[in-house]
Design a protein. Structure first.
Length: 166
């Protein structure tokens, strides 16, 4: 009786899979695999309690600090409608750095409090992405860049963008 049940189960399984209409094919080329982040310039805005990157494909910069002018502009109307906002408020500032390190000096800025976490994340991720963009021919990825924030009295970091993305 057990052999009969086993044979009947195998027959039902064979009939169910044989009638599905899918015919075997050879190897199909699916093209190149997806590869990491886009190569375009990206700035980061706040959405809810997190950060969201926004690509600026038609913009090119020669030095990472130039991206802060883009960040100072408010999001586009479409981006605002998606809930994106800019929390970064900087007075005077300067940047320095080489390859995978960059420091933002903004005397009088606030980088220390819990309420500064999202604006700090905007700065860190935007500057890391910009530094990577400027040094793209050297193969520097945004994850390779360490960003320090200096308020004129103290330096915070260095940070990686991934510390602010949740």
């Amino acid at each position: 009786m057990t052999r009969l049940r086993t044979a009947a189960g195998a027959l039902v399984l064979a009939l169910a899979t044989a009638g599905c209409g899918v015919r075997p094919t050879g190897v199909v080329d699916g093209g190149e695999p997806a590869s990491g982040l886009t190569k375009d310039l990206r700035i980061y805005y706040v959405r809810g309690s997190g950060l969201q990157g926004v690509t600026r494909p038609d913009v090119s910069i020669e030095e990472a600090s130039a991206v802060l002018k883009l960040l100072a502009e408010k999001p586009t109307r479409a981006e605002e409608e998606r809930g994106l906002t800019n929390l970064v408020r900087l007075g005077s500032y300067s940047t320095s750095g080489t390859r995978n390190r960059i420091t933002l000096r903004a005397p009088g800025a606030s980088f220390a409090g819990e309420r500064d976490r999202l604006p700090n994340g905007q700065l860190v991720c935007t500057l890391a992405r910009a530094q990577s963009f400027v040094h793209r021919t050297e193969g520097i990825r945004p994850d390779d860049v360490r960003v320090s924030l200096n308020d004129g009295e103290r330096t915070y970091g260095p940070y990686e963008c991934s510390q602010f993305l949740s």
